[in-house]
Design a protein around this ligand. Structure first.
Ligand SMILES: Cc1cc2nc3c(=O)[nH]c(=O)nc-3n(C[C@H](O)[C@H](O)[C@H](O)COP(=O)(O)OP(=O)(O)OC[C@H]3O[C@@H](n4cnc5c(N)ncnc54)[C@H](O)[C@@H]3O)c2cc1C
Length: 579
């Protein structure tokens, strides 16, 4: 192979969503030479699609306290949350949102000029009494504003961006992170980035499901690359379905619609959430609402008996809809030809958010075993990571918060680490292993298209590993995923060129999705209880004596090997979850 181009930076960040950019900003402010590699142009990252809001107990509208927010997060996560991390998340939420405001983020305002706040699922006052206004927002394009604000700040502070560089391998040798290998989309050249510290901030992997709110690029790259290098994946069995995707498409309609007063209706015109969550109703946590909806549909109470229900916002009036929900109501007009001023919108649960991912401690350092031993120089933050602030189910608006709080913490600890450590040596021929893999993938002239494997994977994950699971469906999925893995060894990439070869990279992304799916199925099959988003019809109860623990899936011959580690409990002892 041609010798790769070699770069050197004190810190390398993989991913330019909210997590990556906040870390980069923090490093740049401390004068650490920092590179951000992103397979997308930064402002196209999925953070920019986030709609509803970012929560912090500012108390601008109603009395609120971070302890209430922490309690809601722990209870919402069905007590699988690490409470030391949840305390940091909810305490630091306040300064983080105020810092965003100072960086220039145009939040909606109260009449007296403070940041406005609205309701969101599972957020309550006084430990569960009633909904509270905690979500700060910029209309229904909060993520867009966050991403633009942080990108501008990074440019101002001199962060180096390598756009349209796909990271295709992590350089880890003798248990130390040494950098990454990137593939430049423009010409297919491999670039080696030698670095003291590396942050994985590559986002989620919702594309392993058929109906999903996630962008096409959310294929679990960072999680899979770490897994292939011996890092376990934590709590992969917990994958969240958001209640309101546009029927048939999965395009998200933010929970803000219900936060502002929108309601869900079944085919008989009933407000069915009254039966499932008498106190919070439509604003119960997402796992509960998604299950209730799937039950209504299964029992024949979908709209015209079909597999969707209605979300109705017409009673909010045009002024509220236009001011607070402009984008999502436009989605309904464009994709369904429905007018939300007067008509209900067809919705169904859509695969949305990965609670699991690369395990980290509260400084965002990647940890590799039950004792939380850190892997020197490797960090992870954002949706690809599992620090575990979301436990078994994430509350709405807690992800934008998580990516910023822990992105910033990652930046801080990477700055400390860079100042204390020397530049690590590179492995011999650092780009050779991945070069050989890409050659083999690109050179095959016979074989099936990777898109077929991706489709079959998305179907089986949706049908067998979705809102409801049983031993039978999971075993079936396990067999199918194994078979798809074998077939993947023989796929054929159509484009054999070096320039802008998206075909090659998309084929590689299918491999990452297979890794994520394999670990999800293995951990879900093992966990014989129901908790948060993981619902086993054959084990419908939560089982704390046996299962109040995090799973760790390690790559091994013949499928993932599972180990477990304890949950950190500080303030709130597990109780039954009633809403
Ligand atoms: C439609 C939608 C609406 C949402 N609304 C909300 C909301 O209102 N509130 C809330 O709290 N949460 C919301 N979420 C969830 C939240 O937006 C995400 O969890 C969060 O933005 C993820 O941020 P991130 O920084 O981890 O990754 P992302 O923003 O997904 O960015 C990932 C980055 O990694 C890069 N990348 C990936 N793979 C590679 C690779 N191999 N090489 C190089 N670069 C790579 C990409 O280019 C990208 O820059 C929403 C999610 C969706 C999908």
């Amino acid at each position: 192979m041609e010798a790769p181009v070699i770069h050197e930076f004190d810190a390398v960040i993989v991913g330019a969503g909210g997590a990556g950019l906040y870390a980069a900003l923090e490093l740049a402010r401390q004068g650490v030479p920092t590179a951000v590699l992103s397979k997308l142009y930064p402002t196209r990252s999925h953070t920019g699609a986030a709609q509803g809001g970012i929560c912090a107990a500012l108390g601008n509208q109603e009395e609120d306290h971070w302890e209430w927010h922490m309690f809601d997060t722990v209870k919402g996560g069905d007590y699988l949350v690490d409470q030391d991390a949840a305390e940091i998340l909810t305490r630091e939420a306040i300064e983080t949102v105020i810092e965003l405001e100072h960086l220039g983020l145009p939040f909606n305002r109260t009449d007296d000029g403070r940041i406005d706040q609205r309701r969101f699922g599972g957020h309550t006052r006084n430990f569960g009494e009633a909904p509270v206004k905690r979500a700060c927002y910029a209309a229904d394009r909060t993520g867009h504003m966050i991403l633009q604000t942080l990108y501008q700040q990074c440019i101002k502070h001199g962060v180096r961006f390598f756009d349209e560089y796909h990271v295709v391998d992590l350089l880890i040798e003798d248990g130390v992170s040494r950098g990454v290998v990137g593939y430049r989309l423009a010409d297919g050249a491999l670039h080696v980035f030698r670095s003291k510290s590396v942050l994985l901030a590559t986002g989620g992997f919702g594309r392993m499901f058929r109906i999903t709110s996630n962008a096409h690029t959310l294929t679990g790259d960072g999680a899979a690359l770490a897994y292939r290098r011996g890092v376990p994946l934590e709590d992969m069995e917990f994958y969240q379905f958001h209640p309101t995707g546009l029927a048939g498409l999965g395009v998200l309609l933010s929970e803000a619609a219900r936060g502002e007063g929108g309601i869900l209706l079944n085919g008989k015109g009933e407000r069915f959430m009254e039966r499932y969550a008498p106190t919070l109703m439509d604003l119960a946590p997402r796992d509960i609402v998604s299950r209730a909806m799937t039950r209504e549909i299964r029992e024949g109470r979908g709209i015209d008996g079909k597999d969707y229900l209605f979300l109705d916002v017409h009673h909010l009036g045009r002024a509220v809809i236009d001011e607070k929900l402009p984008d999502i109501t436009d989605f309904a007009r464009v994709y369904q030809g429905v007018e939300p001023y007067t008509q209900p919108v067809g919705v169904q649960p859509t695969a949305h958010y990965a609670m699991g991912g690369v395990p980290t401690d509260v400084a965002a350092r990647v940890v590799v075993d039950e004792q939380n031993t850190a892997l020197p120089g490797l960090y992870a933050a954002g949706e690809c990571a599992c620090v575990s602030v979301h436990g078994a189910n994430r509350l709405g608006t807690n992800s934008l918060l998580d990516i910023l709080v822990f992105g910033r913490r990652a930046g801080r600890d990477m700055a400390r680490f860079s100042k204390e450590s020397g530049m690590p040596d590179l492995p011999a021929d650092p780009a050779e292993p991945v070069h050989a893999e890409l050659q083999a993938l690109g050179a095959r002239r016979e074989g099936e298209p990777p898109a077929r494997i991706r489709r079959e994977l998305a179907d089986v994950m949706m049908d067998d590993v979705g809102v409801f699971r049983t031993d039978g469906t999971l075993r079936h999925a396990q067999g199918v995923v194994r078979d798809l893995r074998d077939r993947y060894q023989g796929v054929r990439v159509q484009d054999s060129g070096a320039r802008f070869n998206q075909d090659l990279l998309e084929a590689r992304e299918v491999g990452y999705l297979l890794d994520c799916a394999e670990t999800t199925v293995a951990a879900a099959l093992a966990r014989q209880e129901s908790r948060g988003a993981h619902y086993r019809e054959d084990f419908p109860e939560r089982d704390d004596p046996n299962w109040l623990k995090h799973s760790l899936a390690y790559r091994a011959d013949g499928g993932p090997a599972l180990r477990y580690k304890p949950v950190t409990i500080t303030r709130f002892t597990p109780k039954p979850r009633v809403y």
